[in-house]
Design a protein around this ligand. Structure first.
Ligand code: COA
Ligand code: AMP
Length: 632
């Protein structure tokens, strides 16, 4: 029996004992004596009587153990061509003083702080400073538009917002401060202060009534010690796209999360303290929270914080030169990044040119890893390419080939087997468990393991409705797939209205809301269609209001489409990569009025499909085919 399977069986035999033992990897101010309790909720509450501080575990603990001089963070910016090494002792000093500055501004345990920042070390200091105070951070990804930030401000109701004057994207300076100002005009809630990091590439004009310059805020700030927090206290809220236009605030507790991350660093990623770990993601996503910040730091690794792209900054060799220069042992990125590299460097010349001896494996997640890309990367790197499946809600992988427990045979297209804590079943629409090799909904038997979301921020009812109600006793993942005869899970994609664009999670509902707000639009639908680089891209179909008088293909129609594209960019953000939109006379619907999105997706992807018997008017399919079918 493989070690991964042995661990899985150990967990099944004694889930409480398994996780209480794993909890010993964490420094508690009061050790937990109970594992999972089911008192208030069927998904479980972990380590209820434990008390700890996340920042203490990620930072102070290493300094106290005499590892203060070891590197904690390496900031590598392809945009400013600079690097900065920060030791654990330096990190402690930065974070303790920033926590002091925040406390001086009135931030206390349980308060929310929004962090809207590019990939700079101060963003990590900010997250850890909140954790040190027991305040709840909510990081908002920089590629979102002001309106998305405003929605999050109103939901989280932060005491303070931490931001920067600008972010740097290839060929443009992103005006973070301008976006923040616009968002604050749109939002009802007003924080007491905004602390702004001035970057020389694009300084901001500060608003004297509310903005404080970062260094000024830090001046003479008192050093603050970590505040012990109950294990179930929220560490952060991370908003993610759901099936409606309103983002869901995924709550992460403290104790369970740290225990799960510590277990995964060792067993999934095979990382050792002192090694360099690189999750090439963004702090605005869950991967950034778990594997740029908390996971590697908990484990005493040096974590790379990369401001740049896999290609074009300056070329497709950027990742491999970083692996060589900093001795990266584990690289974690999205399949899209690998596809982008493959497109620019199909023969892997850049990989061969770099010395990659340190690299043990490449980890992929965030979207389905297509077998071609897995094989190509495995071939060129001559290393295991480990696909693993997880989501914002779980906070750490559900299914993986746990390298630290010995590599299982790789089946490209499958993230391998469930990890301890996750009993994954394939269910039919009625909630019956399906046999191997049968396609259905992927669900997790409750309770959820440590680290997974206990609830949604301000929305306990929404949490139950979105995840627990469809199939009592299970958490619904929103993904479809099957489990094969070897117990390998195959994740085929979302079965709801969530799409994954270049590893970024978006809701078609959010995009539809932006289109529907245009004065000329009567109704609309957005579907995700297959894309060779980004995995999926959104495509809009709009029906215009009677009397608008614009016919498809005209100059006026082109101008309207350009307007709609711009509107999505301004309301949702450039990260949506929304560039394709068609004007149609009708949308295909069932007689009960449900838009046939799956049929439109099949047409756009060039897949076989059957016209549903419930369709209102079969003739509309020809119109849709005319605009969506791929050119042959
Ligand atoms: N702040 C502001 N804008 C941002 C941003 C940020 N943090 N991140 C992305 N954007 C903008 C980009 O500038 C781009 O804007 P543009 O339309 O003006 O060019 C748009 O959002 C889309 O960005 P992106 O998804 O990065 O696409 P791209 O075409 O610029 O680059 C790839 C293509 C493949 C290089 C890129 O998608 C990539 O690196 N993907 C990997 C994603 C990843 O690591 N995800 C982590 C999940 S684990
Ligand atoms: P996010 O919450 O942004 O991490 O997105 C989670 C979603 O990304 C999942 O529900 C899946 O649809 C998709 N996803 C993540 N990892 C994988 C994977 N390894 N294979 C297939 N889909 C994945």
């Amino acid at each position: 029996m493989s070690r991964q399977l042995q661990q899985y069986e150990r967990w099944r035999a004694d889930p409480q004992g398994f996780w209480l033992e794993a909890a010993q990897a964490i420094r508690w101010s009061r050790s937990p004596t109970v594992g999972c309790e089911l008192r208030d909720t069927p998904n479980g509450r972990w380590f209820g009587d434990g008390e700890l501080n996340a920042c203490d575990n990620a930072v102070d603990r290493h300094v106290a153990a005499g590892r203060g001089a070891h590197t904690a963070l390496i900031h590598v910016s392809a945009m400013t061509q600079s690097e900065r090494h920060i030791s654990y002792a330096e990190l402690q000093d930065e974070v303790a003083r920033l926590a002091g500055a925040l406390r001086r501004l009135g931030v206390a345990a349980g308060d929310r702080v929004i962090i809207y920042m590019p990939m700079v070390p101060e963003a990590v200091f900010a997250m850890l400073a909140c954790a040190r105070l027991g305040a709840i951070h909510s990081v908002v990804f920089g590629g979102f538009a002001a309106r998305e930030l405003a929605v999050r401000i109103d939901d989280a109701r932060p005491t303070v917002i931490l931001s920067a004057s600008c972010g740097l994207e290839p060929g443009r300076v992103v005006d973070y401060h301008g976006l923040l100002c616009k968002a604050m005009e749109l939002a009802e809630h007003e924080p007491s202060h905004c602390v702004i990091l001035q970057r020389p590439q694009g300084p901001a004009t500060l608003r004297p009534e509310i903005d404080l310059e970062w260094q000024q805020a830090l001046r003479d700030a008192p050093w603050v010690e970590p505040v012990p927090m109950p294990a179930h206290a929220p560490l952060y809220v991370l908003y993610t796209s759901g099936t409606t236009g309103k983002p869901k605030g995924v709550v992460r507790d403290t104790g369970g999360y740290l225990v799960a991350l510590a277990w995964s660093m060792h067993n999934v990623y095979a990382a050792n303290s002192g090694e360099t770990f690189w999750a090439a993601s963004d702090i605005g996503w869950v991967v950034g929270h778990s594997y740029i910040v908390y996971g590697p730091l908990l484990h005493g690794c040096a974590s790379i914080l990369y401001e740049g792209k896999p290609v074009g900054t300056p070329d497709a060799g950027a990742y491999w030169r970083i692996v060589e220069r900093y001795g990266v042992t584990a690289l974690f990125t999205a399949p899209t990044a690998m596809r982008a590299i493959k497109r620019e460097d199909p023969d892997g010349a850049f990989m061969r040119a770099a010395k990659l001896d340190s690299l043990r494996a490449l980890f992929l997640a965030g979207e389905r890893a297509d077998p071609d890309t897995v094989r190509w990367a495995g071939d060129k790197l001559d290393r295991p390419v480990i696909d693993h499946w997880w989501q914002t809600e779980t906070g750490w992988p559900m299914v993986a080939n746990a390298l630290g427990l010995g590599l299982l045979p790789i089946k490209p297209g499958s993230p391998t087997r469930p990890l301890p804590g996750y009993q994954i079943e394939v269910l039919d629409a009625e909630g019956q468990v399906l046999p191997p090799n049968t396609q259905g909904e992927l669900a997790i038997k409750l309770p959820l393991p440590p680290g997974c979301l206990p609830t949604l921020w301000n929305d306990a009812e929404g949490f139950h409705a979105a995840y627990l109600r469809a199939h009592p006793g299970y958490y619904t993942t929103g993904d479809g797939g099957h489990i094969d005869e070897d117990g390998y899970v195959h994740v085929m994609g979302r079965i709801d209205d969530v799409i994954n664009v270049a590893g970024h999670r978006l809701s078609t509902g959010e995009l539809e809301q932006a289109l529907a707000g245009h004065a000329a639009v009567a109704e609309c639908a957005v579907i995700g269609v297959a894309d060779a680089l980004k995995g999926t891209i959104p495509v809009g179909l709009v029906v215009l209001k009677a009397g608008v008088g614009i016919s498809s293909g005209s100059i006026a129609a082109d101008a309207l489409v350009a307007d709609l594209v711009q509107r999505v960019r301004e309301e949702v953000g450039p990260v949506a990569s929304f560039q394709r939109c068609h004007i149609v006379t009708r949308l295909p619907k069932t007689r009960s009025g449900k838009v046939l999105r799956a049929t439109m997706r099949a047409i756009a992807d060039g897949r076989a499909f059957e016209i549903p018997a419930t369709i209102e008017d079969p003739a509309v399919i020809d119109d849709i085919r005319a605009v969506l079918a791929p050119a042959t």
